[in-house]
Design a protein around this ligand. Structure first.
Ligand code: PEP
Ligand code: MN
Length: 340
């Protein structure tokens, strides 16, 4: 971190600032230049509060030279993090495909969809039991009953389950869930993230609707700094000025997150576009960009779905998309996991 001092800074102000900084366990290096003086901070600056430094009379500006996220940073952990989810590896040499309905609606709907997803080659099952809906009058999910149905579908198909948590108050209901998803709307629910940091389950953290990648990685930091390093990042599109798609899929985020972080990266082409026809090309684009997995919405009867009908693939369409995903993933050297 570099602190640029004002030309009007007095020696006393600078000395006071330096001694305050050194009390917070960083070393300082005062460099006196021709036009301005700077203080270089050496050591672990994650706990340094930039706003507090800027509040000093003598400070012109503060610049970070290193990223504020440490745990997720590839610089400090050069190897890929590979997570094991019921014997499926994510982040390593295999591609995982998480498929299933937007919402768990009934036993029949979930079982039919789950079996079809498994047959098409999906490696994990998704399904929302707690649904974050824009309107409180829309279907809110089957809640605890939805989780029970997911566990039943896991028993039937052998597919590990991925489902979203919306509140700290529900955490006990997720005891048998394999991957806990944090949705876009909760990416900065810091109390929830801290609590998930104290549990021992993989967390799939989706990028917020209007969040930068640095904000996403700082949210990961909330989970990891509490001790849970099992985090999967998910690019699911962001809000832009473009209304033709539900969101704008940021494909460059995949390659950049893989470069900046050692964590597995998954792409959700369904919420990213909101359009059935775009799920296949965007899935392929994500695989080509180097993702470790996809999360795709599939419904046995999309026309009658209780949420996100327009973006959910029929089992037949998913089967066709899977063929191309498998071929491209193979070509990319990260074949879709063969879970039998
Ligand atoms: C979901 O995956 O069910 C979901 C609501 O997605 P997002 O949080 O990305 O909107
Ligand atoms: Mn959905």
């Amino acid at each position: 971190m570099v602190i640029v001092l004002k030309n009007t800074a007095s020696q006393q102000q600078v000395e006071e600032l330096i001694s305050r900084l050194e009390r917070s366990s960083v070393k300082t290096n005062l460099v006196q230049g021709v036009h301005s003086n700077i203080i270089g901070l050496i050591g672990d600056t994650v706990h340094i509060d930039i706003e507090a430094i800027l509040a000093n009379e003598c400070v012109e500006s503060v610049q970070r030279v290193q990223e504020p996220y440490k745990n997720a940073n590839r610089k400090f952990h050069p190897d890929n993090t590979v997570l094991d989810i019921c014997s499926r590896q994510i982040g390593g040499s295999k591609t995982q495909v998480i498929a299933g309905p937007c919402s768990v609606e009934s036993e029949k709907q979930l079982m039919e969809t789950a079996i079809a997803c498994k047959q098409a080659g999906a490696t994990m099952l998704r399904g929302g039991a707690f649904k974050p809906r824009t309107s409180p009058y829309s279907f809110q999910g089957l809640r605890e009953e939805g989780i029970a149905l997911l566990l039943k579908a896991k028993k039937e198909t052998g597919l590990p389950i991925v489902t979203e948590i919306m509140s700290l108050a529900h955490i006990d209901m997720f005891a048998d869930v394999d991957v806990i998803q944090v949705g876009a709307r909760n990416m900065q629910n810091f109390e929830l993230l801290k609590a998930l940091g104290r549990c021992d389950k993989p967390i799939l953290l989706k990028r917020g609707l209007s969040s930068t990648l640095e904000e996403l990685l700082m949210s990961v930091e909330y989970i990891m700094s509490e001790g849970n390093s099992k985090v999967i990042l998910c690019e699911r599109g962001i809000r832009t000025f473009e209304p033709m798609t539900r969101n704008t899929l940021d494909i460059s985020a995949v390659a950049l997150l893989k470069h900046r972080s050692h964590l597995p990266v998954v792409v959700d082409p369904s919420h990213a576009t909101g359009i059935v026809k775009l799920v296949e090309p965007m899935s392929l684009a994500a695989v080509a960009a180097g993702c470790d997995g996809l999360e795709i919405e599939v419904h046995c009867d999309p026309k009658n779905a209780l949420s996100d009908g327009s973006q959910q693939l029929t089992p037949q369409a998913f089967t066709q998309v899977m063929k191309k995903i498998k071929a491209l993933a193979e070509f990319m050297g990260k074949p879709v996991d063969d879970v039998g």
